[in-house]
Design a protein. Structure first.
Length: 82
C-alpha cells in the first residue's frame, strides 16, 4: 500500500477526513474534488492529518494560495490504482 503526505489547506480537513463539506462554499468543494480527481491522486484516500495547529505557508501541494496548512496522509487502494 502506497502512502503520500501532502501539505494542504487546513480548512480541507473536515471534507478530506469526514466527507463533511457543510462549511465549504461550492467553489471550495469543487476545488477539492478537482484536486482529488487528478491522475496522481487516483486510488488515494485521506486517513489522517497532523494534529497541531496549521502553520502559515505561501503555497501548498494543491495550489499557490497562501494560508494555514496541515500535513495530510493519504493511502492508495491498490485495486483502485489499476
Amino acid at each position: 500500500m502506497k502512502q503520500i503526505i501532502l501539505l494542504l489547506p487546513e480548512f480541507w480537513a473536515s471534507y478530506l477526513i469526514n466527507e463533511d463539506h457543510s462549511s465549504l462554499s461550492v467553489e471550495e468543494k469543487n476545488e477539492i474534488d478537482n484536486f482529488l480527481a487528478k491522475e496522481e491522486m487516483k486510488g488515494f484516500y485521506c486517513v489522517s492529518c497532523s494534529d497541531d495547529f496549521g502553520s502559515y505557508y505561501y503555497s501548498n501541494d494543491a495550489n499557490n494560495i497562501a494560508g494555514n496548512c496541515l500535513e495530510f496522509t493519504f493511502l492508495q487502494n491498490s485495486l483502485a490504482a489499476k
